[in-house]
Design a protein around this ligand. Structure first.
Ligand SMILES: Nc1ncnc2c1ncn2[C@@H]1O[C@H](COP(=O)(O)OP(=O)(O)OP(=O)(O)O)[C@@H](O)[C@H]1O
Length: 237
């Protein structure tokens, strides 16, 4: 049984669709990369999956033990978020909000979970620091620790390496790969880095004038995937 099923999905704003006729399934342990041009609707799809906005039509189902509020989310970083005046610990702890329900404070277990994820992302030494004083790579680790507080099953990551230098980018991919392999967390990641998508992902969803969904091997045989391979070959010459 799939953890996530999207059926005949149409997403957009105020009844105007940005993406339609979308159907795909994600199973436990999959690593799905969502690729496509700027403005094609990747972030809108992710927000709809998270229930932050309703679909215009179609259905989103969760299964195999996954609940809709049990998905961890790392949003695309905005300038405002980069300047957020809170400590690292407070930001990581805020990932437990979905667990609190109507309770207006964090309990012992939630505080322990935050500490555990701070250690896992190796940001212990930064935990008292103010988030806005950190480097881009450190901030992404904090947001990953925060997303982990919401889930042990599925992470949705919106361009997690955007703006990071090559070394920190590689480190971020390694961390995500570790969460996928070691902790068995299903990954759904929006990325403009098709080379990394093809390296790490098990499945690809390519959104554009035409939509492709399939395994990485199928993608590389598809018109969209062949176009990518041709471009990459061209770069290397
Ligand atoms: N809050 C909003 N209200 C109305 N339209 C929006 C809103 N947010 C985004 N859009 C529009 O929806 C379309 C899809 O945007 P979206 O951010 O989902 O694309 P994307 O594929 O994630 O782009 P990028 O790769 O640049 O992040 C765009 O035309 C955008 O202008």
């Amino acid at each position: 049984m799939a953890q996530l099923t999207c059926q005949n999905l149409r997403v957009g704003y105020d009844g105007k669709s940005v993406l339609q006729d979308l159907s795909f399934e994600v199973f436990a342990g999959d690593y799905l990369c969502i690729v496509g041009e700027n403005g094609s609707g990747k972030s809108t799809l992710m927000k709809t999956i998270l229930g932050l906005q309703p679909p215009i039509s179609g259905r989103i189902l969760t299964g195999d033990g996954l609940r809709k509020n049990g998905i961890g989310y790392l949003p695309q970083q905005t300038v405002v978020q980069k300047d957020f005046p809170a400590s690292v610990r407070e930001i990581v702890l805020s990932g437990c909000q979905g667990r609190c329900g109507s309770r207006p404070f964090y309990n012992k277990e939630e505080k322990q979970l935050a500490e555990e994820n701070i250690r896992k992302m190796q940001i212990d030494k930064l935990s008292k620091r103010c988030y806005r004083e950190l480097s881009g790579g450190q901030q992404q680790r904090v947001l990953l620790a925060r997303a982990l507080c919401a889930t042990q099953k599925m992470l949705l990551l919106d361009e997690p390496v955007s703006g990071l230098d090559p070394k920190v980018t590689a480190e971020m991919y390694r961390l995500i790969d570790e969460l996928h392999h070691r902790d068995g967390i299903t990954i759904i990641m929006i990325s403009h880095d098709i080379a990394a998508a093809v390296k790490y992902a098990s499945h690809i969803l390519h959104i554009g004038n035409t939509v492709f969904f399939g395994t990485k091997a199928e993608y590389l045989q598809s018109p969209q995937g062949r176009l990518f391979a041709a471009e990459k070959g061209g770069d290397e010459q």
